[in-house]
Ligand binder design. Structure first.
Ligand code: BES
Ligand code: MN
Ligand code: ZN
Length: 448
């Protein structure tokens, strides 16, 4: 019985510790004891993680239906969140290995003793988790499938599904007409056309202001002529994770009927290598009219984002602008996989994002935008160059973007370290994490 588990000391109750036991003469044939650690230290994130280990243990036994006796500590929200997040698999690309380890998903969850008034919150969590799974699928998918055209189709699909969403896709011709010279420059080496995607969600028709979410949509980053070496390129299908966050966040906002207006803008292309590739040392003119010396073709994200940022500022009345991008290796060096880099010209906006980060545990860490950093991006033949040396490279990316920001509260989220992790952990079961989606939904809920 569970008493022997405790008396023998075989079960210590550490956070995430699990033990199956099989009581005689009981209605339940199999029970699982879950450790939650010290009660005073048991916060939302501890519950998410502890219940992730329940899901993993049950999947190993191919169990698909679970009943929970809820613990006294903490709310039921994080428990359900931890379970649903852990219930994500990406097995589409497996073949033989699926015979040995078939996909098991938990398909029924019974919560014993959940209160009626807690139900709306659980529905809300389910909606948000489904959106993060949609986002993770886009990032985990092959770069040769998840192309600029594919992202555009997904955006069009959102418009078909939700009456409050309107999608506009610019093809290459239209992008040329709009003079998005930087997006076109990055696209030069690619066999595929670029796409520029606008997804508008109208959740508050009485408000004329819009929140812009701008996503980096590099569907594969080879580095271009400044080619990435082996060891640096293999994960670069994740370079559209910012775009995935934008699509998934707007999907969740529409599903939740958030009372806010959003415009998602995605600048998408591969950064490939080819005889036609854009060249280090050449100068290109941005949508904003600013000229940019390409000092490194691998600093392509800031280029496509600059054109997108400039476009939404020109065509929409913005309450705030948040861009989200796998922008720099520098932020990975600084913060690892634990925190997203946050840069902002507005303390209030930064604090709201920090708060949302604590609530969701998609933590953000604010970095400086001291004017002195601008020096490093001085060009002798153009208005600005797109990269400097290794020093403060995460900050330089943000400083470059800032040059294209007019008078609007702005935040830049560098998810290069958090979007795609090297090995699964806690409730993150695959490389793609969906980080940014729960964060932004929490933020948008707070400000709407
Ligand atoms: N997509 C990369 C950044 C990246 C690195 C994302 C690691 C995810 C994990 C970006 O386009 C890039 O190549 N940045 C360069 C900029 C440099 C050339 C100024 C970098 O950070 O090395
Ligand atoms: Mn790059
Ligand atoms: Zn990139």
């Amino acid at each position: 019985s569970y008493r022997s588990l405790l008396n023998t000391g075989d079960f210590k109750g550490k956070e995430g510790e699990v033990a199956f036991f099989y009581p005689d003469n009981k209605e339940e044939e199999r029970l699982l004891l879950l450790g939650l650690g010290k009660q005073v230290e048991c916060k939302a994130e501890n519950l998410r993680r502890a219940y992730a280990s329940v899901v993993k243990a049950c999947k190993k036994k191919k169990l698909t239906q679970l009943s929970f006796l809820l613990p006294v500590a903490g709310g039921v929200g994080p428990i359900v969140e931890g379970v649903l997040l852990t219930n994500y698999t990406f097995d589409q690309l497996k073949r033989d290995s699926l015979k040995e380890h078939p996909t098991v998903v938990i398909d029924k969850l019974y919560l014993i003793g959940v209160k009626e008034k807690e139900k709306p919150e659980l529905d809300r969590i389910q909606t948000i988790v489904e959106a993060t799974h949609f986002g993770k699928d886009l990032v985990n998918g092959n770069a040769d499938e998840v192309t600029p055209q594919y992202l555009a189709e997904q955006a069009e699909y959102l418009a078909k599904t939700y009456a409050a969403i309107k999608t506009t896709v610019f093809d290459k011709k239209r992008i040329e007409k709009e003079k998005m010279g930087l997006l076109l420059a990055v696209n030069r080496g690619s066999f595929r056309d670029p796409s520029f995607i606008l997804v508008e969600y109208k959740g508050n028709p009485l408000d004329k202001n819009v929140t812009a979410l701008v996503g980096k949509g590099i569907t594969y980053d080879t580095g271009g002529l400044n080619l990435k070496p082996t060891g640096s390129m293999e994960t670069m299908k994740d370079d559209m994770a910012g775009a995935a966050v934008v699509l998934a966040t707007i999907k969740a906002a529409a599903e939740l009927k958030l009372k806010i207006n959003l415009v998602g803008a995605i600048a998408s292309t591969e950064n490939s290598i080819d005889a036609r590739s854009y060249k280090p040392g050449d100068v290109y003119i941005s949508h904003a009219g600013k000229s940019v010396e390409i000092s490194n073709t691998d600093a392509e994200g800031r280029l496509v984002l600059a054109d997108a940022i400039s476009y939404v500022q020109k065509h929409f009345s913005l309450a705030r602008l948040i861009d989200i991008a796998t922008l720099t290796g520098g932020i990975v060096v600084a913060l690892g996989e634990e925190a997203t880099g946050l840069f902002s010209n507005d303390d209030k906006l930064a604090e709201e994002l920090e708060k949302a980060g604590q609530k969701t545990y998609e933590r953000v860490w604010r970095m400086p935008l001291f004017p002195e950093y601008r020096e490093a991006l001085k060009s002798t033949i153009a208005d600005i160059k797109n990269s400097a040396d290794r020093k403060a490279s995460g900050i330089n990316g943000a400083i470059f973007l800032k040059e294209f920001i007019k008078d609007v509260p702005w935040a830049h989220l560098d998810i290069a370290g958090t979007a795609f992790i090297s090995s699964p952990k806690h409730y993150q079961t695959t490389s793609a994490t969906g980080v940014g989606i729960r964060l932004l939904i929490e933020f948008l809920t707070q400000v709407s």
